[in-house]
Write a protein that binds this ligand. Structure first.
Ligand code: PYC
Length: 409
């Protein structure tokens, strides 16, 4: 009887995070209630004791890129700066369930990036060497080993794009992205961080080069520190503070099939075929592709995308021909000229950014939150994000990560 009551009625369960009236003053206002914003709030409160913090989201938490990505975690990047950074994130993801006491279902099932031509294979070898030098487990493997990992893959030579090899990254995998958002929200709430959903930022007050407050659709907040943790809206928010960002926004589409018996134990990416796929714990196949070819803020799926996707998937795994797609969606990707993020202080005192994530944002959430919290608490830029400052574009110190993209940009 008690089992039945608890299964059907949850009115005695405490909410995972609470709603609060908007205070007129906060020490820190974080714009964007995705993984980045919530992780920043959580680490500010838990590691640095800064608890008078508001996280604002114009919709619901995790409703942007955090809930729209394909939940892939990896650290097999191309530059030493990128590899170190994403590897710290992967390490934080490894202990996140224990740290937050919330099951985020991280499955380190391995990650394969296929090479279908000599130049891709060269880049894979380059990445493997950079990865190894940073202590990250990555190696180039041949078609026979790929076949052992993914028996359904067509590794024969009689196809349009034969598979010559792959970059194999055993610690990579997938995670439950909503759980990561909810876990950080619950963790931040436990330190009395205020999470304000349906709270849209309308303006940022800057007086004599210094942040003074934020205007929202729920009223004004006085604050000396504002952090832009948005994706899709990052240029619009930064413009409010008078800081312009070298970013263009493109939709990235994804789709999911009906569930089938588990058969795919690794994440598979093919840059040449513009597709990546993984199988969820529920058995669905989750697919993604390249960003759309035109800059846009649209989050609608297109028929063109699913047609192209189906063709490419069947080149790789012809036996999937009868599977049905259930849903498709899109998220927004803020692309920078070098495909690395823009993080840290800006010329406006008290206005910090954690933006420009392109297609890499979700996997960076924990390390971005940890680093941004340290920036705010200490007033110094941590070494791990030193390479990602806005000034690199005026000083010509780009950190080129295009070669580490899952698929073409
Ligand atoms: O970088 O692994 C990645 C990725 C997957 C989907 C979009 N980006």
């Amino acid at each position: 009887m008690s089992l039945l009551r608890h299964g059907l009625f949850h009115d005695d369960w405490p909410p995972a995070w609470r709603a609060h009236p908007l205070r007129r003053t906060y020490d820190v206002v974080i714009i964007g209630g995705g993984v980045h914003g919530l992780a920043t709030a959580y680490y500010l409160a838990s590691r640095h004791g800064i608890r008078n913090v508001a996280v604002l989201d114009k919709g619901y938490i995790g409703g942007g890129g955090s809930g729209r990505n394909t939940a892939i975690i990896r650290s097999n990047y191309l530059t030493p700066e990128g590899v170190r950074f994403y590897d710290r994130s992967l390490k934080l993801y490894e202990t996140l369930a224990a740290d937050l006491n919330f099951n985020v279902m991280f499955s380190q099932r391995g990650h394969l990036t296929l090479a279908h031509n000599d130049s891709s294979l060269r880049t894979m070898r380059w990445r493997a060497e950079v990865n190894k030098l940073q202590g990250v487990n990555s190696e180039v493997i041949g078609p026979d080993e790929i076949k052992k990992l993914v028996p359904y893959m067509d590794v024969s030579e009689n196809v349009r794009y034969p598979i010559l090899g792959a970059l194999y990254h055993p610690p990579g995998g997938i995670i439950r992205h909503d759980a990561v958002v909810w876990g950080y929200a619950r963790g931040a709430d436990a330190y009395d961080v205020h999470i304000h959903q349906n709270t849209e930022v309308l303006g940022i007050e800057v007086v004599n080069g210094r942040v003074q407050g934020v205007e929202t659709n729920q009223g004004r907040i006085a604050t000396g520190t504002v952090v832009n943790c948005t994706a899709g809206w990052s240029t619009l928010i930064s413009d409010m503070a008078g800081v312009s960002m070298p970013i263009q926004t493109f939709p990235l589409q994804a789709a999911v099939t009906e569930p089938v018996k588990p058969f795919l134990d690794t994440v598979v990416v093919s840059g040449t075929l513009h597709v990546y796929v993984s199988q969820t714990d529920r058995g669905e196949l989750v697919f993604g592709a390249s960003v759309d070819p035109f800059a846009s803020y649209s989050m609608r799926g297109s028929l063109e995308f699913v047609e192209g996707l189906a063709g490419h998937v069947l080149e790789l795994m012809p036996s999937l021909a009868k599977m049905r797609l259930l849903r498709q969606w899109a998220g927004l990707c803020d692309m920078t000229p070098d495909f690395s993020p823009i993080m840290g202080f800006t010329p406006v005192e008290g206005f910090l950014v954690d933006v420009g994530w392109g297609t890499y944002g979700f996997k960076a959430g924990p390390v971005a939150g940890e680093a941004m919290a340290e920036c705010i608490a200490t007033g110094r830029t941590p070494d791990i994000i030193a390479a990602f400052g806005l000034d690199r574009f005026t000083e010509g110190r780009l950190v080129g990560e295009k070669g580490a993209a899952a698929v073409g940009h």
